[in-house]
Design a protein around this ligand. Structure first.
Ligand SMILES: Cc1cc2nc3c(=O)[nH]c(=O)nc-3n(C[C@H](O)[C@H](O)[C@H](O)COP(=O)(O)O)c2cc1C
Length: 339
């Protein structure tokens, strides 16, 4: 039975398809040692019939790390949870929030908000298969469901099956008529329903997600819930996480500058490119590193132009990244403590 007594991470970075791959996660780990990371959603079909190492392998530096799974077949889900645990993930998370057409065709993702009993039986078999927590990331409701009654019923039913940590994207998903992107922007955010969830289910852990863009807001949310999950903000401006270890995990470490983050990341780049990973697969994730700094546009422009044509020589890869970083003004690159 899953051990659900592991403390909830106050800050986590959301699962994001094509974004939170292993390169991005390794990069973020250079900025914060403690923030909880999530994989992209990986479907059961891909895990069971695809190249497992390519999809699931990661560096142990990335822990604490959760594997997010998409699917609904119980035997496949329990098998995938077991595989994820064997690979060294710290948590298995079930996706009940993705509204995309492709996922709806497979009858999983957000459409499962309509069938909490089905989710509960899936969680039950997964929790029985592993010794790590099984969690669920979901919406507050879908389509014309009443928001509070569907949210509270969903959590009540699924928690009875062994899920003790719910990660709530605080919007409805509209499964007809809105694209996946629109479903992250148009339905209004209802943070108060997520707070109420924590009030009414105080023994469960609740992480709030959706539209949270800075650490001050995260701190305010943490007065009401156990955790805050950042998605697009952490991807677009990853240096946002530089304060997280001191502010939320009680560390007292020296802040590192953006340039130091890059220098820390370069040995990984050199090794990966040397092993045949295209530089653009790694470099695309670091375009936001200097966000807001003088010269950031030049850094981004040079990399956007050069990464696609790069010839994948490790030494030249480092030269390219360093010369792009030189375009960012050092004197303005103050660390957070000095700001
Ligand atoms: C490019 C992209 C891909 C995403 N892929 C996933 C996914 O694989 N699984 C998931 O649960 N949510 C996914 N999401 C949703 C995010 O996890 C998060 O719930 C959403 O972006 C709202 O949080 P934010 O406002 O902090 O970005 C994705 C979001 C984006 C922008």
């Amino acid at each position: 039975m899953a051990n659900n007594n592991i403390p909830i991470s106050p800050i986590s970075v959301a699962p994001m398809m094509n974004w939170t791959d292993r390169h991005e996660r390794f990069f973020l780990r250079q900025i914060s040692r403690n923030v909880k990371l999530y994989s992209e959603m990986i479907t059961c079909g891909a895990i069971l019939r695809g190249d497992k190492d390519r999809l699931l392998a990661f560096s142990s530096d990335e822990n604490p790390l959760a594997l997010q799974i998409g699917g609904i077949d119980k035997s496949e889900l329990s098998e995938c949870a077991r595989i994820g645990e064997d690979y060294g993930y710290d948590e298995i998370n079930l996706n009940v929030g993705c509204p995309s057409d492709r996922v709806q065709v497979g009858n999983f993702g957000a459409c499962l908000m309509a069938t909490p009993d089905l989710v509960a039986s899936a969680v039950d078999v997964m929790a029985s298969a592993v010794n790590i927590p099984v969690t669920v990331k979901h919406r507050i409701a879908i389509n014309d469901q009443d928001e509070w009654s569907s949210l509270s019923r969903f959590v009540e039913v699924v928690s009875r099956a062994g899920c003790k940590h719910f990660i709530v994207h605080a919007r409805k998903a509209m499964l007809d008529g809105l694209s996946a992107k629109e479903n992250r922007e148009i339905p209004p955010l209802r943070y108060e329903l997520v707070y109420r969830l924590k009030d009414e289910f105080p023994d469960l852990s609740v992480t709030i997600n959706g539209g949270i863009t800075d650490l001050n807001s995260a701190e305010e949310h943490l007065c009401h819930v156990d955790g805050v999950m950042l998605g697009r903000a952490a991807y677009g401006d990853p240096y946002l996480l530089a304060e997280v270890d001191n502010r939320f995990y009680g560390e007292d470490k020296k802040y590192i500058s953006r340039h130091e983050v890059l220098e820390r990341f370069l040995p990984y780049v050199e090794k990966s490119v040397g092993e045949g990973v295209p530089l653009k697969s790694i470099g695309r994730h670091i375009l936001g590193l200097f966000n807001g700094q003088p010269g950031a546009r030049s850094w981004r422009r040079l990399l956007s132009e050069q990464l696609p044509k790069f010839n994948d020589n490790p030494t030249e890869a480092l030269e390219l990244l360093r010369s792009a970083a030189d375009l960012v003004n050092y004197s303005d690159n103050l660390d957070i403590a000095a700001q």
